[in-house]
Design a protein around this ligand. Structure first.
Ligand code: X2X
Length: 338
């Protein structure tokens, strides 16, 4: 197994063939394991900044045995495509929104249920606790390894080029870009919108060419993808919380010697905590930055939006789709949802 991985690494990364053992303190000419890590946001996003920091620590602590190279900003392809590459082993690591991962692992979108979470405290209790553990267990069945700690994408807010969104009625007939996932299309159909599923890789151009007039993303993503250049209005809906699972191809992950694997996991999990803290700071500062770029913000009455979903049967439908057991875990943290 290690030989197969090593050979592929040699072909793709120019690395020397691994001999297997990982020994701290041993001088090395080249990495035993040379792995690729894909993300879907620009290099400036804290996701990438903290990942790169983790990779540097892993390389240093392994004395160069494990070298991870970051490919930010969809360089290796759009999300849907890179998920296939991760499964085949063409890419060893990938951070993907759980809501998108649900196309393969249905329960992975459960944290994105509309208005389930009000605040980050609850999010981290759930995702570092029983809800996250349940999701990781299901991901494992798809031969993908999710690291213990999920990274933050954020609470998502709606932006528009044409007009502000103040009430649920304003969402009627809106051509809304959403990422590729049934939860997103279902939620915006419940609002009466016309959602179009488009990967992050094509989001900017879809908004620029008016294929879509609106989209929804956390502030840090809106800032780093420069969505403010093609969108004018921002409604602080916070309609769902979305996170990035760091995912590893199981074969590639298991090819690492135990001690190297544990060390890599430790640094990635630490990176998650640091990245969450980065976003906590940005969540308070980015409004002024985005307003400085000309965006017009408005608050909404979240309860109105949540009631609209309730009336449309959104919660009942998704409780049925996920099943009672995971839904009960979600409600342990989020409170009653129907
Ligand atoms: O595609 C998006 O909107 C993004 C960048 O937020 C996700 O990865 C879900």
């Amino acid at each position: 197994m290690g030989m197969v991985i090593g050979r592929r690494a040699a072909l793709l990364g120019g690395a020397a063939l691994g001999t297997g053992a990982f020994a701290i303190g041993k001088a090395r000419a080249a990495a035993d394991f040379s792995y690729k890590f894909a993300t879907n946001v620009p290099a400036t996003h804290p996701l990438n900044v903290r990942l790169q920091e983790s990779f540097d620590r892993i390389k240093k602590d392994s004395n160069g045995a494990l070298e991870i190279t970051l490919f930010p900003n969809n360089q290796l392809g759009a999300d849907t495509d890179v998920l296939n590459q991760l499964r085949s082993g063409a890419v060893e690591f990938f951070t993907l929104s759980g809501v998108i991962l649900s196309t393969l692992v249905p329960v992975a979108s459960i944290n994105g249920i509309g208005f389930a979470f009000n605040d980050y405290d609850t999010v981290w209790k759930a995702m570092d606790g029983e809800l996250g553990a349940h999701i990781r267990g299901e991901i494992a069945k798809a031969n993908i390894v999710a690291m213990d700690r999920i990274w933050d994408n954020g609470f998502r807010h709606i932006t528009m080029s044409t007009r502000p969104i103040r009430t649920p009625d304003d969402l009627k007939d809106v051509k809304m870009r959403v990422p590729v996932s049934p939860l997103w299309t279902s939620m915006f159909r419940a609002f009466g919108s016309a959602p179009v599923s488009i990967n992050a890789a094509e989001m900017y151009s879809a908004l620029q060419t008016k294929i879509a007039e609106g989209q929804e993303n956390p502030l840090a993503a809106i800032w780093n993808t420069k969505i403010f250049e093609v969108q004018k209005y921002l409604a602080l809906t916070g309609h769902m919380w979305d996170g990035y699972w760091p995912l590893a191809n199981r074969r590639a992950w298991n090819a690492l010697p135990n001690d190297l694997r544990a060390m890599a996991a430790k640094h990635l999990n630490q990176g998650a905590l640091d990245q969450r803290a980065d976003l906590a700071v940005l969540n308070t500062s980015l409004r002024a930055d985005l307003e400085g770029k000309g965006m017009l913000f408005n608050e909404v009455n979240k309860e109105q939006f949540r009631n609209r979903l309730r009336q449309a049967g959104f919660y009942a439908e998704w409780r049925g789709r996920f099943g009672d057991a995971p839904w009960k875990i979600l409600e342990k943290f989020a409170g009653g949802l129907q």
